[in-house]
Design a protein around this ligand. Sequence first.
Ligand code: DAH
Length: 345
Amino acid sequence: MQIKIQKILEEVTQLNVKNKQELEEFRVKFLGKKGYINDLFSEFKNVPSEKRKEIGQKINNLKIEVQKKINLLKDSFENNEEELEIKKDLTLPVDFENLGARHPLSIVYNEIVNIFSRIGFNVSEGPEIEDEWHNFSALNFPEEHPARDMQDTFFIENNPNDIKNQVALRTHTSCVQARVMESSKPPIRTISPGRVFRNEAISARAHCIFHQVEGLYIDKNVSFADLKQTLLYFAKEMFGESTKIRFRPSYFPFTEPSAELDVTCNICGGKGCNVCKYTGWLEILGCGMVDPNVLKNCGIDNEKYTGFAFGMGIERIAMLKYQINDLRLFFENDMGFLKQFESAI
Ligand code: DAH
């Protein structure tokens, strides 16, 4: 019996299997009901008592060896063969396959910054926790404006009797234009990308946290024609050379006149489809000439200078560019979704 145990042990150490199926066959052959180990235990009944301890120990050791071998082979199948090679040779270059991909919002964010930096805009930033002055009053929001309402704004300190000293999460990046105007002299050409917050129910089209890019241009003799040309350049760079734009009159407290900008639908080329609701146009941003009151509030001579401003949602631009129909996808960290943008870096 000792010889038999020895032989089985040799077989175990020498054994090599090519795939999971062979490994399973090996397991059944050794550890199965009618396998070698069980056979040995049946024979064990006939072993004379003085040898029992020694032989019993040997069978147990053999069983442990078989189990170890199975685990070892199993591990090697779980890593693929290529990985095994790399583990053996530590001088091989690292595996680049698992490099992360850029988030679609970062891709679009960088693209917007690049497009405007090519025509002389710098990047400015402001705090996400903002005071009432910069988020509302400096921008010409009347005290009773509905955007100040609790339904829209996340207030951090909210005293209804003291409207001047409220602190909130900024509801737009327009407050950065107020800060830039207060702290620098014209000419000003800046874009301000960043996170903004609104007390909205989360849905496919809205989120309580999203991103905007604000644009501001202040100098002598800036006119609506400059605004038009700048945004036409942006639309063509972002959505393609054949893109056309149109302005629709609108209202914002901080611009006069105000407009909303549409671009020709980049999916149907303006012919009409379900994305543009068969209009051929997609709304992408709000804009206008900076209201002289805002210039004055921020310490800029509104007799000498004029300017334009615009603001756009980064999520909206990314959704149009990549044809994404649910805004929540940007925040879910689903690898299947994010991996699609690897090649867009
Ligand atoms: N702040 C506006 C918003 O959050 C966007 C906007 C519109 C910004 C017009 C501007 C502008 O600078 O001129 O909806």
